[in-house]
Write a protein that binds this ligand. Structure first.
Ligand code: PLP
Length: 458
């Protein structure tokens, strides 16, 4: 008789991974290095020390160490909200009448409502260990700012969060959550930084962007003694910390005697996807298995599916190092009707390289379709998903429907990155039929590409 698979599988504390996995170690062709925008030479660790804390710089630049021990203190913090469950979506499968087996890894069981806490606590830990005076960061939808505020409060580290203005206005309670954890929250662009003032002068009515908030946070860190900047996605170190998601998923699936045919995740800057796929991509890179790996992004911010693989700045103010990634250009601002997060102009250099080399696929989806999937999922699985996560749900449902048509019983694993309680404005616009889709034209995108840094010497 087939083994009865439980609805939810939680690992025991003993079964939890004790190391992070560095995907770069198994990539024969490594992601391109970060460049100093002045010299166009690969960045040395010392050049990054004024921006990031030292241990994190080492993780950022290390593309050979396969496993990093997770410090005991971080493991203990993880145990307050991990392991996260691997859930079999029995009810959704039934509703879809699909022979596919759908599993999801749910990361929304902590106050940030997302996977972001996995890296936030690591970054706050290393900052504390280095004796820093405080941290600055940016936040878009607010999950990263909340996660970092939780982590900084735990270590009593002062934190300033530059929050993209449109979210600041749409989600006032996000700010209150961050303030509960003692963070200072500034709507971006602001008049508190040089770069913010310049952006406001140029575009007084701008509703802000992640790229712009990053510029402000970097300036605030480098102009305050003892402060450093931390980022919640895109960077190699963040993908490293998020590997906990994939490592737990793989162990849980092994216990169930399962292995995914398809692994699906939403992609903003690429951290949850990079983390979820890490051990499965390892199997693919080392020839042990070849699951399909699918990144899902919004049609209104399509960096992988329609962007250019090029060196670009990570921020709008052009103060950060250059990263080679799929990008829409660092000035790209998603249309103002865009509700679903995932609005960053670039993509993790690790994922960009893997995608460029054909190890993974990418699809883009329109937001009304995303919310349709979110509502269907909520009703069957009784979790209200974050709009970001619902991109992955959309793609998982679409794959399950294909299985119904073909009769194949594929095993699908997707990342349910978080909950959507602060996204009720977006849900409301979907439910009242006022949500619209926006797909940028080629001409719109061309404007961003035209301003990519010209690096003739590369
Ligand atoms: C931040 C966030 C994302 C997207 O970020 P990635 O770095 O691409 O993972 C997805 N889902 C939720 C719930 C988030 O908070």
């Amino acid at each position: 008789m087939a083994k009865k698979i439980p609805h939810r599988l939680y690992l025991t504390e003993e079964q939890m991974p004790k190391q992070w996995y560095n995907l770069r170690a198994d990539m024969k062709e490594k992601p391109e290095p970060l460049l100093n925008p002045g010299t166009l030479k690969p960045l040395e660790a010392e050049e990054l020390y004024p921006i990031f804390c030292e241990e994190l710089v080492k993780q950022e630049l290390d593309d050979t160490t396969r496993y990093f021990d997770i410090p005991e203190e971080i493991l203990d913090f993880y145990k307050m909200y991990r392991p996260s469950p691997l859930i079999r979506a029995y009810n959704l499968e039934k509703a879809l009448k699909t022979p596919a087996k759908i599993y999801y890894k749910f990361e929304g069981n902590n106050t940030s409502g997302s996977h972001k806490l996995n890296s936030a606590i690591a970054q706050a830990y290393y900052a504390k260990k280095q004796g820093l005076a405080g941290l600055t960061t940016e936040t878009g939808a607010g999950q990263w700012g909340t996660a970092l505020a939780e982590a900084c409060a735990f270590y009593k580290l002062p934190l300033t969060v530059y929050m993209v203005k449109v979210s600041y206005e749409q989600k006032p309670f996000r700010k209150t959550v961050m303030e509960t954890f003692d963070a200072k929250v500034v709507p971006s662009p602001s008049t508190t930084t040089k770069v913010g003032r310049a952006i406001l002068k140029d575009k007084p009515d701008t509703s802000g962007s992640l790229g712009c908030a990053i510029s402000e946070a970097v300036e605030a860190a480098t102009s305050n003694p003892g402060y450093r900047y931390v980022l919640g996605s895109v960077l190699n170190q963040v993908v490293l910390h998020q590997s906990i998601i994939g490592l737990e998923s793989k162990i849980a699936m092994e216990i169930l005697d399962e292995y995914p045919d398809i692994v699906i995740g939403c992609a903003g800057g690429g951290s949850n996807l990079g983390g979820l796929i890490a051990p499965f991509m390892q199997d693919k890179l080392t020839g042990k298995a070849s699951p399909r790996i699918v990144a899902v992004e919004p049609a209104s911010c399509p960096s992988l599916t329609r962007g250019k693989y090029a060196y670009d700045f990570c921020d709008t103010g052009r103060v950060t190092p250059l990263a080679k990634m799929y990008t829409l250009g660092c000035d790209f601002m998603p249309s103002s009707n865009h509700a679903g997060g995932l609005r960053y102009h670039g993509m993790s250099p690790i994922l960009s390289k893997l995608y460029h080399d054909g190890y993974m696929e990418a699809v883009s989806v329109e937001q009304t379709k995303v919310f349709e999937a979110a509502v269907e999922f909520a009703k069957h699985e009784t979790i209200l998903p974050a709009p970001e996560s619902a991109h992955a749900i959309r793609a998982a449902i679409d794959e399950a429907i294909l299985c119904r048509q073909s009769g194949e019983a594929k095993t699908i694993l997707f990342g349910l990155t978080g909950t959507g309680f602060f996204d009720m404005t977006a849900y409301n616009s979907y439910l009242t039929g006022t949500m619209t889709d926006y797909i940028p034209t080629d001409e719109d995108l061309q404007k961003g590409f035209a301003k990519l840094p010209k690096l003739d010497s590369i």
